[in-house]
Every structure is written in structure tokens, then in C-alpha cells.
Design a protein around this ligand. Structure first.
Ligand SMILES: Cc1cc2nc3c(=O)[nH]c(=O)nc-3n(C[C@H](O)[C@H](O)[C@H](O)COP(=O)(O)OP(=O)(O)OC[C@H]3O[C@@H](n4cnc5c(N)ncnc54)[C@H](O)[C@@H]3O)c2cc1C
Length: 405
């Protein structure tokens, strides 16, 4: 075949109903929902499906419904749970693990108040546990006597890399084209469509969806000043292999099935600390270790130039939570990862049609370190926005209007 024929073939196949820029957490689900509805979809991903340079790497992401951030998220979470279940049924693969989630912190702290408020507004099961019972039930922690302790039994975690790969695989099965290692350099409205240029080709589409995570500010000029990318440290530690001293917690006390997910706040640090039970070593390279991290917007970074080495501040932060709330548990550091948050100015997501583009461009970004649990339904919302110009799901509070005033 000569090159002229190849060119023509490329050009002929280069028109799509919808192009999705960024096939990570939100983009993979979007490709799935669109192709499920019969649309001709192209997903463009600069790295692989999945990868460790953005927001989704690291084995596990907490899912919970008693949403302290804002109870407006709860109806969206109900839908997210339904959609994760549907993915599991369709693929006969588990992505959601119900471990329960223990929250602890000062009762008057905004986080604890937010959990109770969402639980009571939406009748979400939430146990209040007294200190004595907590010491028996969760002996792994040292919980201060004046802390409140809550347990959300229907919470747990999602396995992100696995979920993203499943969505991309199912989307391809339903006809979506997904290109990896192809970076979008530019997009623009042209005539009654959109032209997307990558480092390999030029494509045209009727509608464009941008789910570029930490790179959103680079590809959506309107957001360049609004999205702040931060470098987040996640650690896997080896707990003691034997309880050789009173109060020391051995490895199997933290295993999946024994230990819940947890989230802790106090009045001395910003945000909250959280962690997971020990999972088996993953095919994505994470060790069988106790994973924990600090949820708050950490050091600002450029997504293309990230310091992925452990810094003294990362070590100090880890030491703080281990010494204070999990004393005697640390044996060694097994591994760590640097992931990226894309923070919106108010830490609420941004999900909307982009103004000035005749409803041709939908965006979802600014997930501010708490978005993964929603990925299963954000894809559905974006498919609605791109193909119907609206959605029936309650997302007004996530709109761009709040930045346009
Ligand atoms: C350490 C850490 C812990 C977290 N814990 C939780 C948790 O417990 N629970 C929870 O719900 N959420 C959690 N989150 C947040 C959640 O992971 C993110 O909100 C979510 O993954 C964001 O999804 P995204 O699709 O916006 O970004 P990503 O998954 O990073 O996807 C964006 C994709 O766009 C691609 N892309 C960007 N620009 C281009 C371009 N020009 N061309 C082609 N491709 C491009 C990127 O390569 C990337 O694959 C955590 C995040 C981090 C970092």
C-alpha cells in the first residue's frame, strides 16, 4: 500500500461523533458510556491505560456516601455505586470492596459534622462507637479519649487501575477506538464541529469531551489559572510481623477482611489522613503493604515536571500519623508513590459544558483528590452533556457558573 492510500484511509476514518481527550479515570468511563449508547467514539490518551503519572495510580481509592465535603454529592454517589455494580456484573470482575470505613476525630470538627449531616439527611447507615468498644474493635489505632468514632459499614474501596482497564476494554468491545501514547496538542472549533490535533494525526468530531486530569489547565485555556496541581505522597509500610511488645500490632491485624478503610482528622493538621487494609501485591507494582496518605492539597507542581522522589516533608508527615495514631505498627517503608491532585479553587469538581462553544465541548476536571469514587457516573453525565446537551443528574453545584460571576 502506498503512503497516499494510507493518508486517505486515515482521513476517511478520522471523523467521530465524540472525541474524549484523556482516557484515565473519567475518560475511560466516558468512552464506555458513549460507546454503550452506540456513538462513534475516539479516546486519546497520552500515556497507557492505566499509568502512574496522573491521578489514578496506587491500587485503591476510598468510596463512601456520608460525604463530609458537601451533602449535594450524595445523590451522585448513589448513582456511582449503582454504576460500579453494573460494571462488575457486566465484566464478572470485582472492583468494589466493602470493608467499612472508620472515621475518627474531634466531634466538633467540620469533617465529622459533615459525615453526620450527610448520613442523617440521606439515611445512610452510620454507627456511633464509644471509645471502649472502638479499642476492642479497632485495636490497631490509638484513638484519643475525646475523639468521636463513626463507622460507615457500606463504605470501602475501588481498585482504580483495574476499573479503568475494564471500562476501556468494554468500550473497545462496543466499538470505541482508544489510542494510547498519543498526546493532544491542540483543539479548536471549526465550522459545525471540532478539530483535534495530536502528535500523530488530526481528527474531527461533532462533540468534544475533555477529561485531562492534572493537564486540564494546559488544554483548556479558561482553566489555566484555576486548576492548581499538587504533588501527593502515598506510602506502603510493612507492619511488624509479630506482636513482640504490648500494644504492637502485627501484620495480619491489618489484612483485608480484618481491617477497615479509615479516615482521621485532628485539630493540628490540614485535611485528613486515611488508609486501607493490606491487599495482595498488585499486577501494577504495588506491594502487599499497609497503604496510608494525607488528603490535603500539598506542594504545587507542573504535571510534566514532578519530583517523584520522597522528600523530607513526606517522611515527616508519615511519621506524624504513624507515631500518633498507629504507634508501634511501623517496621519499614516498603514503597511510595507520588500522584497528582488537580484542585479546583473551592475543591468541588468542575463538570459542565464549556461556555462559548455552542454546547460542543464538555469538561470534567478539578476533582481535587476525591473524584475517583464518582468516575462510574461522571462518564454517564459527560455522555449526557455531549449527546443531549443536559443531564438529569443533579450537577448544578459543579457548574462553571460559580467562577463566572
Ligand atoms: C494520592 C491520591 C489519592 C486519592 N484517593 C482517592 C480516594 O481515596 N477516593 C477518591 O474518590 N478519589 C481519590 N483520589 C482522587 C482521584 O484519584 C482523582 O480525582 C481522579 O483519579 C481524577 O480523574 P481524572 O480522570 O480527572 O484524572 P486521570 O485519571 O489522571 O486522567 C486524566 C488523563 O488525561 C490524560 N491526558 C491529559 N492531557 C492529555 C493530552 N493532552 N492528550 C492525551 N491525554 C491526556 C492523562 O494522561 C490521564 O490519563 C486520589 C488521588 C490521589 C492523587
Amino acid at each position: 500500500m502506498n503512503s497516499a492510500v494510507v493518508q486517505t484511509t486515515n482521513f476517511m476514518s478520522a471523523f467521530f461523533d465524540v472525541i474524549v481527550i484523556g482516557v484515565g479515570s473519567m475518560g475511560s468511563s466516558t468512552c464506555y458510556h458513549l460507546s454503550n449508547r452506540g456513538f462513534k467514539v475516539l479516546g486519546l490518551e497520552q500515556f497507557d491505560i492505566s499509568h502512574e503519572f496522573g491521578a489514578h495510580a496506587g491500587q485503591s481509592r476510598i468510596i463512601r456516601r456520608a460525604y463530609f465535603e458537601n451533602s449535594d454529592y450524595v445523590p451522585l454517589l448513589t448513582k456511582a455505586y449503582e454504576n460500579w455494580k453494573a460494571l462488575e456484573t457486566e465484566t464478572a470482575t470485582q472492583v468494589y470492596f466493602q470493608t467499612g470505613l472508620v472515621y475518627f476525630g474531634p466531634a466538633e470538627h467540620l469533617l465529622m459534622k459533615g459525615v453526620k449531616q450527610s448520613a442523617s439527611l440521606y439515611n445512610i447507615p452510620l454507627e456511633h462507637i464509644d471509645n471502649e468498644s472502638a479499642a476492642k474493635r479497632f485495636p490497631q489505632f490509638k484513638i484519643p479519649g475525646d475523639f468521636e468514632i463513626l463507622f460507615e459499614p457500606e463504605a470501602g474501596f475501588i481498585t482504580p487501575e483495574n476499573a479503568i482497564r475494564l471500562y476501556a476494554k468494554q468500550a473497545r468491545k462496543k466499538g470505541a477506538e482508544i489510542h494510547t501514547r498519543e498526546k493532544v496538542s491542540e483543539w479548536r472549533k471549526e465550522g459545525d464541529g471540532v478539530v483535534v490535533t495530536t502528535d500523530k494525526n488530526i481528527y474531527r468530531c461533532n462533540k468534544l469531551i475533555i477529561t485531562a486530569g492534572a493537564w486540564a489547565g494546559k488544554i483548556i485555556p479558561f482553566l489555566s489559572e484555576k486548576i492548581k496541581v499538587t504533588r501527593q505522597f502515598v506510602a506502603w509500610i510493612q507492619p511488624h510481623s509479630s506482636a513482640s511488645a504490648p500494644g504492637m500490632q502485627q501484620w495480619d491485624h491489618f489484612a483485608l477482611g480484618e481491617f477497615p478503610c479509615w479516615l482521621m482528622t485532628d485539630n493540628f493538621t490540614q485535611g485528613c489522613y486515611y488508609g486501607f487494609p493490606i491487599l495482595p501485591e498488585s499486577e501494577f507494582g504495588e506491594p502487599a503493604g499497609l497503604k496510608l496518605a494525607h488528603h490535603y492539597p500539598a506542594m504545587t507542581t507542573d504535571p510534566d515536571h514532578v519530583n517523584r522522589l520522597m522528600m523530607a516533608c513526606d517522611e515527616e508527615d508519615l511519621k506524624y500519623v504513624l507515631d500518633k495514631y498507629l504507634p508501634g505498627c511501623f517496621e519499614s517503608l516498603l514503597s511510595y508513590k507520588i500522584c497528582l491532585y488537580a484542585n479546583s479553587p473551592d475543591e468541588d469538581f468542575i463538570v459542565d459544558l464549556l461556555p462559548g462553544h455552542e454546547d460542543r465541548v464538555a469538561i470534567a476536571c478539578g476533582f481535587s483528590g476525591h473524584g475517583f469514587k464518582f468516575a462510574s457516573m461522571i462518564g454517564e453525565i459527560l455522555a449526557d452533556l455531549a449527546t443531549r446537551g443536559k443531564t438529569d443528574l443533579p450537577i448544578e453545584f459543579l457548574g462553571l457558573k460559580r467562577f463566572l460571576a
